[in-house]
Design a protein around this ligand. Structure first.
Ligand code: 5GP
Ligand code: ZN
Length: 112
């Protein structure tokens, strides 16, 4: 946890561009955006992946905040993509659960 990049951002040990922060969840701009708008919705509490979530409050905080943020920024007008990469084959690179909220271009299906 001490070495976790998102825990460090939550503590203010490394900088990030915050769009929202409260005691349960924060929203930052992705360092390496894959769309014109690419945000990360991150619970403050360290949970490694979606497969490790036991408290449903985690789901309500990140899903609720993602949709609230999408509406607040007007991303709902054209649409958006929400993704939670989970584990090695799921493409997860940071082992602290986070939801990608992306918007501003067309997203293909099936995903790569
Ligand atoms: P994952 O691959 O785990 O689904 O997503 C991790 C995301 O975190 C990637 O999109 C990556 O660009 C982003 N990321 C990694 N390190 C940092 C950082 O220090 N700051 C920010 N803002 N994003 C980061
Ligand atoms: Zn963490």
């Amino acid at each position: 946890m001490d070495e976790c990049v998102f825990c460090k951002i939550a503590r203010g040990d490394i900088p990030a561009e915050f769009v929202h922060k409260d005691e349960a969840v924060f929203v930052i701009r992705d360092l390496n955006p894959q769309a014109p708008t690419h945000l990360l919705i991150v619970p403050v509490r360290h949970v490694e992946s979606a497969a490790d979530v036991n408290d449903p409050e985690i789901w309500s905080s990140i899903m609720g905040r993602a949709v609230e943020t999408a509406r607040r920024l007007g991303l709902d007008k054209e649409g958006f993509r929400m993704v939670i990469n989970t584990g090695a084959q799921g493409g997860q690179t940071v082992p602290h659960i986070h939801l990608h909220l992306m918007s501003g271009r067309n997203f293909g299906w099936p995903p790569g």
